[in-house]
Ligand binder design. Structure first.
Ligand SMILES: [Zn+2]
Length: 235
């Protein structure tokens, strides 16, 4: 297991009391990284899946899942087949389960709280090369992560009564009109009336979003947008 994972203080990561059991995470990751057979992988799956990073019976996910995602992806990439399957199942549960109220976000480098699902999707996309491989579960995980789109503003110009924002899109912006939360300078601002003016072409992540009734100055370069609905999914 990577050294930085061994030194994580899981008890310092917030989680719903009575549900989140931080000591299960360190043990679970250690067992899973060395698991060579289905029995050991199942033991790790139970440690991590029943109060470690998720609680599978109640369908809830904890903030520790975001910190555990990089080591789980590393295990999925390098571990034995049984360990890989367990790691992918746990990541799939973490992405699709709902967080408890009060434990729905993790702090991003900019100081704002990003929804757990979107932070997980960001980690998954960093391993797209591996997840697009032959494993069906990896491909479906990446497809699910695409719904948690992320748009980073590079430049804006006035466009009718609104703004055309040019930037980089990760994931897939759905058809139609959508709301977003904009993270910039430590603040989160609600935006609505967003449409995709033109989608990314070929392998380029460049895209343009139209934002209704907003002045270009309201979307500064470096601002990051996430789907508003992701911020509204506590249990
Ligand atoms: Zn999300």
């Amino acid at each position: 297991m990577p050294e930085e994972t061994e030194t994580v203080d899981w008890a310092a990561i917030p989680g719903p009391p009575g549900w989140y059991e931080p000591d299960r995470v360190a043990r679970g990751l250690r067992v899973l990284s060395g698991a060579a057979d289905p029995v050991r992988a199942a033991e790790a799956g139970s440690l991590l899946g029943c109060g470690g990073i998720v609680h599978d019976h109640s369908g809830s996910v904890f903030p520790a899942a975001v910190t555990a995602a990089p080591p789980l992806l590393d295990i999925a990439r390098r571990g034995r087949p049984a360990a890989r399957d367990t790691a992918l199942v746990l990541l799939d549960e973490a992405l699709s389960f709902h967080p408890h109220a009060g434990y729905t976000r993790v702090t991003a480098p900019g100081g704002t709280g990003v929804p757990l699902c979107c932070a997980l999707a960001h980690h998954l996309r960093a391993h797209a090369d591996f997840l697009t491989g032959p494993d069906r579960r990896g491909r479906s995980l990446l497809a699910d992560a695409a719904a948690h789109w992320r748009f980073e503003v590079h430049e804006c110009v006035a466009d009718g009564d609104g703004t055309a924002a040019f930037g980089v899109l990760a994931g897939r912006f759905p058809e139609g009109v959508h709301a977003a939360e904009m993270h910039h300078g430590g603040d989160v601002t609600a935006l609505d009336g967003l449409t995709l003016a033109y989608p990314p072409e070929d392998d380029s992540p460049e895209a343009c979003l139209r934002v209704r009734a907003r002045h270009p100055d309201e979307l500064p370069p470096g601002a990051v947008l996430f789907p508003a609905e992701c911020g509204e999914r506590p249990r």
